[in-house]
Design a binder for this molecule. Structure first.
Ligand code: PNS
Length: 169
């Protein structure tokens, strides 16, 4: 039974994330998509919203489970009895950080191995950060995120501009 974790902020999930989820789900028995609950990052969507969105866009993948986590990824992997962390590599510029993270995770939890998948070429440029910027300026999001995410993104950037949203006090 090979259980792996693909972790991230997924704020929001993009076609690049989905590409890695889909492809890695085909090489392991169970894939846990770990959604980092990190309030310090001031996310566009709450962790509950991100989990729900991921559940919707992965509903055709029976061996994919969505879970939120706090704290260290290597500890979440230990608690989930997963021995593999999946990461997507878009470009060589990702590599330094990813190698450092993979090595740190192995120090924390020596049972962990990180499996890197190269992002499919059509998504090599894509990041949640740039997608959020396009949304903030009212751009077309259809090339970047699943259709079900577009409406919620447009609404949330408007709410944010009006001082509302998950962080609004
Ligand atoms: O969406 P991202 O930025 O690619 O996600 C990065 C993530 C969530 C995988 C990484 O920040 C993470 O593992 N955070 C949890 C804290 C931790 O374990 N850090 C790694 C020690 S180097």
């Amino acid at each position: 039974m090979i259980r792996a974790i693909y972790a991230g902020s997924f704020d929001p999930v993009t076609f690049g994330h989905l590409d890695i989820i889909r492809r890695s789900s085909h090489v392991v028995d169970e894939l846990i998509v770990g959604v980092l609950n990190n309030r310090a990052k001031s996310p566009l969507f709450s962790v509950e919203e991100r989990v729900k969105m991921l559940e919707e866009v992965t509903e055709d993948l029976p061996n994919v489970k969505i879970q939120s986590f706090t704290g260290l990824l290597a500890e979440f992997a230990r608690a989930s009895e997963a021995k593999i962390i999946v990461r997507g590599l878009r470009a060589i510029s990702d590599f330094d950080y990813e190698l450092q993270m993979a090595q740190t995770n192995r120090i924390i939890n020596p049972e962990i191995d990180t499996m890197f998948l190269s992002t499919s070429l059509e998504y090599a440029y894509l990041s949640s950060t740039t997608v959020k910027e396009v949304a903030e300026f009212g751009g077309d999001l259809t090339a970047f995120v699943p259709a079900s995410i577009i409406g919620p993104m447009q609404r949330r950037v408007k709410e944010r501009a009006a001082g509302k949203g998950p962080q609004a006090k």
